[in-house]
Design a protein around this ligand. Structure first.
Ligand SMILES: [Zn+2]
Length: 191
């Protein structure tokens, strides 16, 4: 389990920001882990803002909704640059489904962290072809902390890190169709 870094703002007078990335396949519990960290920040009376790409229209427009239905209110954005003004004076910025944002989300995450904010990013690290997904590789490179969470292979029960697409379609983004995917291990993904 990820242990939050100690946030020593009283002694230094100036907050230090940082970036955390939570990555993994579908059904790996990425969003649940993001919500867990954001809820802990709220209990610590920190001001939290949550963003997600407007392209992700599954379920409700205003909520991050994880598959186990624990949800948290979020702001859908077309352009990651909007985070810079919308984040305001908040302490913690959560970004869900980050793989769907443009590459500019990398620079935005850096600027938010440089401004003293804790930035927690969740996203798919690989697409259905097993290729690195959108800005996720760059976000993992600039992050101070990375957590890779795993699903369970539905074929053999091993640890799964691939999102296997069960229906034929070539576009990288296939939304609202969790039924079309299953988690698979390396061996079962390639067979
Ligand atoms: Zn397997």
């Amino acid at each position: 389990m990820f242990i939050e870094p100690y946030h020593n703002q009283q002694q230094t007078g100036q907050r230090t920001g940082w970036i955390e990335v939570i990555c993994g396949s579908m059904f790996s519990g990425k969003t649940e882990e993001l919500i867990r960290r954001l809820n802990r920040a709220r209990i610590a009376k920190q001001d939290v803002k949550i963003f997600k790409p407007a392209v992700d229209t599954r379920y409700h427009h205003e909520d991050i909704v994880s598959h186990n239905a624990s949800s948290i209110s979020s702001i859908p954005l077309k352009d990651p640059a909007e985070m810079l003004s919308l984040a305001g004076n908040c302490d913690v910025v959560g970004i869900d489904e980050a793989q769907f944002f443009q590459e500019s989300v990398v620079e935005v995450a850096n600027r938010l962290a440089d401004a003293g904010k804790r930035v927690i990013v969740a996203g798919l690290d690989m697409d259905f072809q097993g290729k690195p997904f959108g800005p996720m590789p760059s976000l993992m490179s600039i992050a101070e902390y990375i957590t890779k969470v795993h699903a369970v292979c539905v074929v053999c029960g091993d640890v799964a890190n691939y999102s296997y697409r069960k229906i034929p379609a070539q576009n990288q983004v296939l939304l609202g169709e969790t039924d079309s995917y299953e988690a698979r291990c390396r061996k079962c993904f390639h067979t």
